[in-house]
Design a protein around this ligand. Sequence first.
Ligand code: GLP
Length: 241
Amino acid sequence: MEVIKVKNYDELSEKASELIAEKLQKLAKPVLGLATGSTPEGLYQKLIEKYKCGDISFKHAQSFNLDEYVGLKKEDPNSYRYYMNEKLFQHVDISPEQTYVPAGDAAAPEKACKEYEEKIKAAGNIDIQILGIGLNGHIGFNEPHTPFTAETHIVDLDASTRQANARFFDSLADVPTQAMTMGIATIMKSKEILLLVSGEKKADTLAQVIQGEVSEALPASVLQNHPHVTIIADEAALSSL
Ligand code: GLP
């Protein structure tokens, strides 16, 4: 795993946007794996700026998001589809047919999970997957002890994850209890992975991910087994190393 240390969140976002811009410029049909949460927001802003300057285009790109809450409609401001539309898609030249987010509102969720895997395969797998990390080491919504062999599936969210994400909802009770997420095996099929980590709160988790044992108890530790992972982290996030 290559670790790129940057000073702060702004530098993290800039560096990440340069790596994604390079894929958009070099690949004929780039397939991007996208993440939500606070961490990639700066990256998306920088990509919008680069698009507006004419440096990049999403015309030939496809995107697959990591996860979506179960039970929220696409129009719900807390759905990850809504987040992606707001933070990136509506500002750049990507059409809705080129963007995929797990169907958290599907009537037949198991079938929707299988279809999501098929779509990723049909696109030729993800060229670069952006990841954030939860305080408990989750990636996507793969909570501790999710088998490394899991593909896209429905998960019960940890109480700590619901608590951490409650800041976006009116109350904790409004946070969905389940999500549909790419599995660890799905994520590991990506040709390249870009993990973004900012802030002291994540420092102990990140130190474990880089130096600890590979274990299903800490989902992100699986990244040690991937041949092409870049971690961009700021000084605060690397302060426990
Ligand atoms: C959510 C998402 C994850 C994300 C995590 C961390 O649980 N499902 O994909 O990495 O939050 O979010 P943040 O970047 O806001 O700390």
